[in-house]
Design a protein. Structure first.
Length: 198
C-alpha cells in the first residue's frame, strides 16, 4: 500500500508561531494515522511581493516552482493561517499569487495544475475568541475559487491559542484535539478516495 503524502503549510512568518504549533499538532495527528507529512516554509521560497513589472522583466521566481513541485507531489494539503485584520497573511496570499503566474509561462505542469482539485484541510489559531475564523472563511474562498483547491467541509479555528498547548505541543482540551483530528481524518479520507477512485 502506498503511503498517503500530505504537504503542511503555515501562513505565518513568526518564530514560535501559534499557527506553526497548530500545524505541527495536525501533522502529528496525520502521521499517527499513517500519512507521510512534508512541511514547506513559505519564508524559504524568498518570493518578492508580486509585481507585474517584475514578472515581465525577471520572470516567475524559482520559489514559485518549488511550491508547485511540493504541491504536485502531495495527495493533500494541511494549511494553517493566522488572521491579520480578518484576512490571511500577505505571505500566504503572495505565495499562491506567484504560483498562479506559472500559468502564464505555459509551464508543464502549470501552477494551478498542481492545485486543481487538491484536497485541503484548513486550520487557524489566534489569541482571540474566534480563533481566526474570519481568516479561515476568506482563505477557503480564495484557495477554492482562485487557486482551484478543494477544501474539505471541516475546518478548525483555535481560540485563545496562546493558552491551548501544553509544554509538549499537545492541545490541552480533548474536545479541541477531537476537532483537529476530524479535519485531519476528513482530509485523508478525501485524498485517499481521489487517489483510488472506485
Amino acid at each position: 500500500m502506498v503511503t498517503l503524502s500530505l504537504l503542511a503549510i503555515s501562513g505565518s512568518a513568526r518564530k514560535g508561531s501559534l499557527n506553526g504549533r497548530l500545524l505541527a499538532a495536525a501533522a502529528q495527528a496525520a502521521a499517527s494515522r499513517g500519512a507521510q507529512v512534508e512541511t514547506i516554509d513559505l519564508r524559504d521560497l524568498a518570493l518578492p511581493l508580486y509585481d507585474g513589472d517584475l514578472e515581465k522583466s525577471a520572470g516567475v521566481p524559482e520559489g514559485a516552482r518549488r511550491l508547485r513541485d511540493a504541491l504536485q507531489a502531495a495527495d493533500g494539503v494541511l494549511l494553517a493561517t493566522p488572521e491579520y485584520n480578518g484576512f490571511p497573511t500577505p505571505l500566504l496570499v503572495n505565495s499562491f499569487d506567484w504560483l498562479s503566474r506559472l500559468q502564464a509561462e505555459g509551464m508543464a505542469p502549470a501552477g494551478l495544475a498542481a492545485t486543481a482539485g487538491k484536497p485541503l484541510g484548513l486550520l487557524s489559531a489566534s489569541p482571540g475568541l474566534l480563533g481566526g475564523l474570519r481568516s479561515l472563511n476568506f482563505t477557503r474562498q480564495y484557495l477554492s475559487m482562485a487557486i482551484a483547491m478543494m477544501p474539505v467541509p471541516q475546518q478548525f479555528a483555535l481560540p485563545k491559542a496562546h493558552e491551548a498547548f501544553d509544554e509538549t505541543g499537545v492541545l490541552k482540551d480533548p474536545k479541541q484535539q477531537a476537532s483537529l483530528d476530524a479535519v485531519v481524518t476528513s482530509l485523508m479520507r478525501v485524498a485517499i478516495a481521489l487517489r483510488n477512485p472506485s
